[in-house]
Design a protein around this ligand. Structure first.
Ligand code: SF4
Length: 419
């Protein structure tokens, strides 16, 4: 894996992931972090469903605590035993072997767990984050690093596949782990954030390669990193003259909307042009909390785009995808990508035929606003990058005309040669 074992900051003891080892850090940074950690949360939105869940399962907790993102991480569901208090596991076998396989860890924030409370195995949110025995079945063609990111890594925690942009894997920690994660080979291996020194070689590489103009800060989930440290990374990137834009890839606004505090947003807006790609899976994720989180980010002038993995039995039909894309626009998030699910080990129960994705795009294009139609892509196994897949709209040439087919299947001709 790319991640260093350096543990300068964070975590570790899984349940308390954001503790700093002060001796190894710049003391001003540590002081700023400690101060921010003790400040009360300014996130105050809690939907009736969240409050009901909180009262039932955390009766001693105040709404202020519930809305504190550190509390959410520290009280996450990380075992089947704890999770079985809130969702129905009757009829589910093989717990032991699923736990023993340790393919991906189990971690779900109390907030996100509230979206599937009392659910059975058909609940779409639950399917995305609760382990099942299906992930023990490994089929041909699956591998732990299908995008061959490790082969394109010139420095620890950095992937350089396209000439002008790099992927900066800032942490291996996520607030909630998706069962279909492309980076299952690296996330949560140490249950910690990487140390600041683990970023230095990657920063040095970016400084020395002037063709890089775009850095995507991802992981893991970079918004689980304490603000002080995230700001250190953003400042370091902004101080590199040839870096034009910074993008952050995250699922925090969806699984941990409480993370989008005024303080975080105020800090982020100092680093414009800054974009954010948010990982959404299903329309049930679009709650009042998520609306608040996205509004704060959008109000700070951060353009928001979505990334959604196409998942069998979760979002693989036109109706669900249309509802999600419409909901995203209401949340001021521009639908950006639908990804074909990557063939990681144990993913066959999530993967749909490619034709299904094309059908979904056909069901969106022309049937709804263009803004609601994302790109459908396969991230080519072996490191080929993102390849777009489109229904057949261009049918070829007929004399001087090109032949086109519209969303209703009707044919039209366009004079392609000016005589
Ligand atoms: S949030 Fe992203 S990096 Fe984290 S488990 Fe989900 S897909 Fe993987």
């Amino acid at each position: 894996m790319n991640g260093s074992k350096n543990q300068e900051f964070s975590s570790a003891e899984a349940e308390v992931p954001l503790v700093l080892a002060e001796s190894t850090l710049d003391s001003a940074l540590v002081k700023a972090y400690q101060k921010s950690k003790n400040q009360p949360s300014d996130f105050s939105v809690a939907s009736p469903a969240s409050v009901e869940f909180m009262c039932k399962n955390f009766p001693d907790v105040t709404i202020d605590k519930w809305n504190n993102w550190n509390w959410q991480i520290q009280n996450s569901y990380t075992t089947f035993k704890k999770l079985s208090q809130v969702i129905d596991f009757s009829g589910v076998k093989d717990f032991e072997s699923i736990v023993a396989a340790k393919r991906l860890p189990l971690r779900i924030t109390p907030y996100y767990a509230s979206l599937m409370a009392g659910s059975n195995q058909t609940n779409p949110i639950r399917k995305g984050v609760v382990p099942t025995a299906y992930e023990l079945i490994v089929t041909p063609g699956e591998c732990s690093d299908p995008l061959h990111e490790e082969n394109c890594s010139p420095a620890p925690n950095l992937v350089h596949r396209y000439p002008d942009r790099v992927l900066f894997l800032a942490t291996g920690f996520c607030a909630t782990y998706c069962r279909y994660c492309t980076r299952s080979h690296m996330v949560a291996k140490e249950k910690v954030h990487y140390g600041l020194s683990a970023w230095q070689q990657a920063l040095e590489y970016i400084r020395n390669n002037k063709q890089i103009r775009d850095v995507i800060v991802s992981g893991g989930d970079p918004l689980t990193i304490p603000e002080t440290h995230l700001e250190y990374l953003l400042t370091s990137l902004r101080n590199i003259p040839h870096i034009e834009i910074i993008r952050i890839g995250t699922k925090a606004p969806v699984v941990l909307p409480q993370r989008i505090t005024c303080g975080l947003v105020k800090m982020l807006k100092r680093y414009h042009p800054l974009y954010m790609s948010i990982h959404f899976m299903h329309p049930d994720e679009l709650t009042p909390e998520v609306y608040e989180a996205c509004s704060r980010l959008a109000d700070a002038g951060i353009p928001l785009g979505s990334q959604t993995v196409l998942l069998k039995g979760i979002n693989d039909n036109v109706r669900t995808m249309r509802q999600l894309m419409h909901g995203l626009l209401i949340n001021r998030v521009r639908p950006y990508y639908i990804y074909q699910c990557d063939p990681i080990p144990g993913s066959s129960h999530f993967r749909t035929p490619v034709q299904k994705g094309i059908e979904i795009i056909k069901g969106l294009r022309g049937h709804t606003s263009g803004y609601a139609v994302p790109h459908y892509v396969i991230d080519a196994p072996g490191g080929g990058g993102k390849i777009p897949l489109l229904p057949e709209y261009y049918l070829g040439k007929d004399g001087h005309n090109i032949v086109l087919q519209n969303y209703e299947g009707k044919r039209f001709y366009y004079p392609d040669e000016i005589g």
